[in-house]
Design a protein around this ligand. Sequence first.
Ligand code: SAM
Length: 264
Amino acid sequence: MNARPKKSFGQHFLHDRRYIDRIVAAMAPRPGDFVVEIGPGEGALTLPLLAAAGSLTAIELDTDLIPGLQARAAGVGELHIIHADVLKVDLGALAHSHGVPRLRLAGNLPYYISSPILFHCVEHAAAIQDMHFMLQKEVVERMAAAPGSKVYGRLSVMLQLACRVEPLFDVPPEAFRPPPKVDSAVVRLVPLPAHELHDAPPEQVHAVVKAAFGQRRKTLANALRQVLDADAIRRADVDPKARAETLAPADFVRLAKACRNLPP
Ligand code: SAM
């Protein structure tokens, strides 16, 4: 234990037992679940999750942490460590290689790449049963924000089109070593069932959302000028004079379907 935490890897190790127990209880892994942890660090969450599930696959980028993790897991359960950047791991293929349709993800995420990790998970949502993540509290607020809220944006729309977003509880900086400069929160994400998913190409939805929020002060007619004219916006049943922050996630899907020739 007690490796010197590396800032460049976003290492803040959770040490407060109460929060560790609450995360494990919220996830409630059972023997037979295919549990995958992102960024196991020194194993604060890994070991109790492993004890509950019997086996666990952990994806860790920092080579120096791997021998310690392996040693601590001995006798607790079957730990498989993938030494990789999680953004390069095909989660669908991972589930497939274990012969299960969907995996259960957990992690106290490295905050410096939390948004890319969330988008990566959304891309693989069909292979995921649920996710329990520790994130910056402000990020959880953005993920769960409703239209009209100041923090409603690209992350809110993309996450809510793919998952049910359930903020669970806050975690103070003192629960980590070293303490981060921000408050944290734990969130549960449950991918929506197929019949609730939209049928527009995801890249297209992403491009519209990005364009709309890229210029959030402008009306949609202005922000989307490159891809949609005002008539097309109206045909999608959206007011061209509205601003992106007032639209529901489903409005963006209709706008994406109305688009032709979107930039990649
Ligand atoms: N789970 C541990 C805990 O709660 O104490 C550590 C959490 S720490 C906030 C984030 C962990 O993610 C570190 O172990 C770090 O090395 C790892 N990490 C950072 N970037 C990563 C990446 N791109 N892919 C996989 N793991 C990464």
